[in-house]
Design a protein around this ligand. Structure first.
Ligand SMILES: O=P(O)(O)OC[C@@H](O)[C@@H](O)c1c[nH]c2ccccc12
Length: 273
């Protein structure tokens, strides 16, 4: 069993347990349930912003503990002040050290799109996402049968949520593309082997139809790489570890975005010349 298969197997058990403890009616009673969704698609493509979806992640199966002491309040506010377009909050506890409380805290302190980063295998988790105040969910093509991915996407759409579908190769992209998706992400990290390469994004970008917002995910640690990915056609950049490994993730994001803006300005000067 590879790590993704293990996480997914555990996720089914975890969701079954929560389902038996927290009834859907209670989720639907949350103040956020009727709340308006802030569009990830719009924020990520807004030229005034960086396109960065900044992630709050305490640990991961590939890296172990990344940051054991960061405050979600401080970091999420700081990310947005630094110029991020949106937030990604891990809610998986066992493998990533996150929780629904992290997402609720981020929601409380920020008016911006927030994606619930988790391994969604059941409609119940989409209701949970809405009840926490999320605007967008992640669906991982490598973890879901195409028919199931499509029905989960349509369920999320029905609640007004946006959907980021994550793929890792052309075959996943082809079999799982559907109209209900808003953003398509290419994960540079293979969730089965943990290998990371931005070439994965560069190789797939032209296969993503133009009506979807294109996001490159994982392993981005240099503003020059972001410039390269942007030139290739990406609108969004999901960055976690490179910020979270710092004792002040919000400061790391600020420095990164400042450098990115400087490089972008130089690029556009060059293209004018
Ligand atoms: O920390 P990184 O290398 O910047 O990557 C962020 C994000 O892409 C990564 O956390 C991620 C991408 N897809 C996922 C699916 C589940 C959990 C986590 C992820």
């Amino acid at each position: 069993m590879n790590i993704l298969e293990k996480i997914i197997a555990d996720k089914y058990l975890e969701v079954a347990e929560r389902k038996s403890l927290v009834p859907v009616k209670l989720l639907e009673g949350s103040v956020f349930f009727e709340g308006k969704v802030v569009s990830m698609k719009k924020y990520v493509t807004n030229p005034e912003k960086s396109g960065i979806i900044a992630e709050f992640k305490r640990k991961s199966p590939s890296k172990g503990v990344i940051n054991g002491s960061a405050s979600v309040e401080k970091v999420s506010i700081g990310y947005m002040q630094a110029g991020a377009s949106a937030l990604s909050i891990l809610t998986d506890t066992e493998y990533f050290g996150g929780s629904s409380d992290d997402l609720k805290a981020a929601r409380k302190f920020n008016f911006c799109p927030i994606i619930r980063k988790d391994f969604i295998v059941d409609e119940y988790q989409i209701l949970e996402a809405k009840s926490m105040g999320a605007d967008c969910i992640l669906l991982i093509a490598a973890a879901l049968e195409p028919a199931k991915l499509k029905s989960l996407a349509s369920f999320a759409k029905g609640l007004g949520l946006e959907i980021l579908m994550e793929v890792h190769d052309g075959a996943e992209l082809e079999r799982s593309l559907c109209d209900d998706l808003d953003l398509v992400g290419v994960n540079n990290r293979n969730l089965k082997t943990f290998e990371v390469s931005v070439d994965t994004s560069l190789a797939l970008v032209d296969q993503i139809p133009g009506n979807f917002v294109k996001v490159s995910e994982s392993g981005i640690s240099d503003p020059n790489t972001m410039i390269e990915l942007k030139k290739a056609g990406f609108d969004g950049f999901l960055i976690g570890e490179n910020f979270m490994k710092s004792s002040r993730p919000e400061q790391a994001a600020y420095n990164f975005i400042k450098e990115f803006k400087k490089l972008s300005a130089q690029e556009s000067e060059l293209s004018k010349a």
